[in-house]
Design a binder for this molecule. Structure first.
Ligand code: ATP
Length: 311
C-alpha cells in the first residue's frame, strides 16, 4: 500500500524554542569549546518549516525577524536538508521557514529550524530514520539541535548535544522578553565569561540536585528559585538593559528570571496563566519591555504537522 508520505511533494514540520533552566559552564577546553551542563525545556514558541521538492536547493524565510536570517547555504535549515541528503539519492528541496522565535535571542531559533527540517525531510524522502536515527546528524549541525528533535525537559552535556530526558512534573508559564537592541553573539558572551572567570577555579559543571528536585516537585514556585545561568553575569555586563528587565520583572511578581542561553532574551517564570498575563501587561504598560512572548513549557520536539498554513 502506498502511504500519503510516499507520494507527497511537500511536508511541513514544526519545532519549539528552548529555554535553559540551568546552564553550567566549565573552563575553556583545548578544543576551544566549554564543557556545558544544561537543563533544557522546550517551550511553545514554534518555527514552522515546509520542505518541497524543487529543481534546486533553496530557502526562503518569513515571519518574525525574517530579514535577519541568511538565505544562502549558511542557513541552518538548508544545511540540515543538504546534510541529510548526503545519506540518500534524493531530489533537492526548497525550504520555507515561518519564524516565531526571535533571531539570535538565545532561544535556538536556527536550531529549531534545523530540527524541523530534519523530521520534514525524513518524512518527505521516506528515509524512516525517526528522531533517534536523526540524532547524529542533528549533533553535527549544532549543540541544541538534538534537544529540539526530542523536546520536553532534558539534561544536555558535552557541548549540550548529549541529551538525557529528566523526570519533570508540571507545566510552566513563561514570559519571554526579547531585548530590542541588537542581539548578543554567543562567542562574545563566552569571551566575557572567560574574562570574568579568569583567575578563578571553574569547576566541571553538572546538573544541580536542587534543580532535579524542583523538577520532580513540579511547582513553579520551586523552579523559580533554582533557575541559574553561569553566562548571565557576562550577558548583563555586555547589555545592562538585561539586568533592568530582570529587576522590573521580579518587582512585578515573577517567580524567577533568567537570561535564556547566551541571551539577550530574558525568560521569566510566572505563577500560572493569570500570573503570566499580569506580568506581560505590567512589563509592557510600564515600558520595561517593548515586546513580550508568552509560552508554556514543556512541549514536544520537532514533529510533522498535517498541512502548511496558507497565510
Ligand atoms: P542559540 O540559543 O542556539 O545560541 P540563538 O537563538 O541565539 O541561538 P539563532 O536565532 O539560532 O540564535 O541565530 C543565530 C545566527 O544564526 C543568526 O544571527 C543567523 O545569522 C544564523 N542563522 C542561520 N540559519 C538560521 C535560521 N534558520 N534561523 C535563524 N538564524 C539563522
Amino acid at each position: 500500500m502506498t502511504s500519503v508520505l510516499e507520494t507527497a511533494s511537500a511536508v511541513t514540520a514544526r519545532a519549539p524554542a528552548k529555554v535553559n533552566l540551568e546552564l553550567g559552564v566549565g573552563a575553556l577546553r583545548p578544543d576551544g569549546f566549554h564543557s556545558l551542563s544544561t537543563v533544557y525545556q522546550a517551550v511553545g514558541v514554534f518555527e514552522e518549516v515546509t520542505v518541497a521538492t524543487a529543481d534546486e536547493w533553496g530557502v526562503s524565510v518569513r515571519g518574525r525577524d525574517a530579514e535577519l536570517v541568511p538565505t544562502d547555504e549558511s542557513n541552518l535549515a538548508l544545511r540540515a536538508a543538504m546534510r541529510l541528503a548526503e545519506r540518500a539519492a534524493v531530489e533537492p528541496v526548497h525550504v520555507t521557514i515561518r519564524k516565531e522565535i526571535p533571531v539570535a535571542g538565545g532561544m535556538a531559533g536556527g536550531s529549531a529550524d534545523a530540527a524541523a527540517t530534519l523530521v520534514a525531510c525524513d518524512a518527505l524522502w521516506d528515509l524512516g530514520l525517526g528522531r533517534s536515527g536523526l540524532d547524529p546528524i542533528a549533533a553535527e549541525l549544532g549543540s541544541d539541535v538534538p534537544f529540539l528533535l526530542h523536546g520536553g525537559t532534558a539534561v544536555g552535556s558535552g557541548r549540550g548535544e548529549l541529551v538525557t530526558p529528566v523526570l519533570a512534573r508540571g507545566s510552566y508559564h513563561w514570559v519571554f522578553v526579547p531585548t530590542p537592541v541588537s542581539g548578543l553573539s554567543t562567542p562574545e558572551v563566552y569571551a566575557a565569561f572567560d574574562e570574568l572567570s579568569a583567575g578563578h577555579d571553574v569547576p566541571e559543571p553538572e546538573p544541580s540536585p536542587a534543580m532535579m528536585a524542583a523538577l520532580r516537585q513540579g511547582e513553579p514556585e520551586a523552579l523559580g528559585v533554582v533557575l541559574s545561568n553561569d553566562l548571565q553575569a557576562a550577558a548583563v555586563r555586555l547589555q545592562p538593559q538585561i539586568g533592568d528587565v530582570i529587576d522590573a520583572a521580579m518587582s512585578f511578581g515573577a517567580l524567577g528570571a533568567i537570561v535564556s542561553g547566551s541571551g539577550p532574551t530574558v525568560a521569566l517564570l510566572a505563577a500560572g496563566q493569570e500570573g503570566a498575563i499580569d506580568l506581560a501587561v505590567s512589563l509592557t504598560a510600564s515600558g520595561a519591555a517593548a515586546d513580550v512572548i508568552r509560552a508554556i513549557g514543556p512541549v514536544a520536539g520537532a514533529h510533522v504537522i498535517p498541512a502548511p498554513r496558507l497565510t
